[in-house]
Ligand binder design. Sequence first.
Ligand code: FES
Ligand SMILES: [Fe+2]
Length: 367
Amino acid sequence: MQDLSMKLQEIAKLPPDRPMSMPGAFYTSQNRFEHEVATVLNSGWHCLGRQDEIPNSGDFFTANLFNEPLLIVRQAEGDIGVLANVCRHRGMPLAEGRGNVHRFVCSYHAWAYDLDGSLIRSARMKNAGFDSKNCYLHNYNVQLWNGFIYVNLRLDAPQFNFPKLNTLLANYKPESFRIVHIAEEVWNTNWKCLVENFMEGYHLSVVHPETLHGYTPTGLARKLLSENGYTSYAANYPKNIPTRGYGASGLTEDERLRSTLFALFPTQVASLAASLLVSLSIFPISAGQIRVKWTMSTYGKDLSEETIADRIALWEEVNREDREKLERMQIGLASKHALSGPLAEDDYEGTVRDFQLWLATQDRKHS
Ligand code: FES
Ligand SMILES: [Fe+2]
């Protein structure tokens, strides 16, 4: 593990025109994974989904972040809260899946909690040691950004702020996109492999010849902005391609003719186009397994029901293609011959290097 931390620092110091990948153990070692949970993952901001998944008071959905069960809820005043999904009596999770409630009632001994986490009912609790005011659900650190919901498990973590990324995305009006599809899957891959895979254009034409190559061929991939905390690239469309929806009125022609892919480290990757927003939230389970929640949102009334159904089917296929590659690669990465290898130039794999640089900074900060 110590070796991998040293290797990460070494790789981060390589000149930008000589980038290298990390060796296989970086992605397969359970020790490394536990180190990451305790450091970079535990201190990171994680996207849980879209705000319009829970439009009405009492709407909720659940998630699990490194064994912490979470309850994401629209509260009475319209705020969004992320609560510990753990009863303060004897630890039962309070809710499962998604739904709408007036209050959360524990299935074990019927303690009831308000939408803000305060305990409002606890039958027959007469012991002197009991005070309902001390038995509220833990409230996590929440940030809302561009229509997404983020949580940080640390209460002292400062909110993130990326003005340049905001500017890059602003014309698309990402906060106005409306959700049309939510799906969750378990993939046998390392969490970092999916971040890297989603964010590099080098594989597009090879892995997605039928699904993506026509619109976003590898040859047109161009690196965009990156800073400490995120990276981005443009998957440009060929000039003669028919438009895929007009999107927001302020979009430039260039913005309309590309998908803007961005990663908010550590666990969100997304693709934003004029009329379509696809976002993947990665919930790491172990070194070799993740839960992926992906959402699709569309802009205004740009796309017909039929087109939306086609886009969902297309993305299901794209995800299947990526998943198959990543699950196969996880086997190769476990080999002692999975050595550090040379990366392609900035436009194709510069985003992988950006991720390495960020991971190296985080590792220095927390070690
Ligand atoms: S564990 Fe929830 S009421 Fe007992
Ligand atoms: Fe892909």
